[in-house]
Design a protein around this ligand. Structure first.
Ligand code: HEM
Length: 183
């Protein structure tokens, strides 16, 4: 039988605070990224082309874009990318990213797709980080911030699954035990 874990009792906003703490991003790292915000905004059009090119070439992902407003998506993803270089990674930032994850939960998009799309985001962010006056530090900082986003995207999906399974089985502890596959 799996044992209870302290992490199981971290809930809601505390999860976001915990993740921000876990990443241990220093003030110097945050400001290095913040200094690259203009660069990120100028690279956004090229990123959008690569991002939607990848999604439109694959039938199962293109299907989600048929009825979406492409102009709205372009501006939302462009802001999402620029905010990676916003220089402020607090609980409000994490909450904003969680809300974006929840939008994808609600359209019934399997989590593997957004997670796989980090492959498109990563080289753009890394190239921008490398233009910093301190490229090694900026690169390490960018990787932390992107990892934070991956964790938060996934959290939106896990929250939703756990919520529904908990309602079905009558409690979160039992739901967590079931999900270990060992109950
Ligand atoms: C790195 C991965 C991704 C990021 C950063 C991202 C970002 C965003 C953002 C910022 C929004 C606007 C959310 C809002 O309304 O507040 C959005 C909406 C949307 N995204 Fe994504 N997205 C990702 C992956 C995907 C994938 C893989 C698909 C589909 C194949 C997709 C399809 C959509 C659709 C259809 C909407 C509009 C939903 C609606 O308002 O009905 N996204 N995305």
């Amino acid at each position: 039988m799996a044992q209870d874990r302290a992490s199981w009792h971290v809930k809601g906003e505390a999860i976001l605070d915990e993740l921000v703490q876990l990443m241990n991003l220093s003030a110097a790292e945050s400001s290095l990224l913040g200094a690259l915000h203009g660069q990120a905004a100028s690279q956004a059009p090229a990123l959008l082309e690569a991002f939607y090119g990848r999604l439109l070439r694959h039938a199962n992902t293109a299907d989600y874009l048929k009825s979406a407003s492409i102009d709205r998506l372009h501006s939302a993803v462009s802001d999402w990318f620029s905010d990676l270089f916003g220089g402020c990674y607090d609980a409000a930032y994490a909450q904003k990213r969680l809300t974006i994850g929840q939008v994808h939960v609600r359209i019934g998009l399997p989590v593997r797709y957004p997670l796989a799309m980090m492959d498109v985001i990563m080289p753009f962010g890394e190239a921008i980080a490398q233009t910093s006056a301190q490229p090694d530090l900026a690169l390490a900082a960018f990787r932390k911030v992107l990892a934070l986003d991956i964790a938060i995207f996934n959290q939106a999906y896990e929250d939703n699954q756990l919520k529904h399974l908990s309602e079905l089985v009558g409690g979160e502890r039992l739901a967590r035990l079931l999900l270990t596959g060992m109950s």
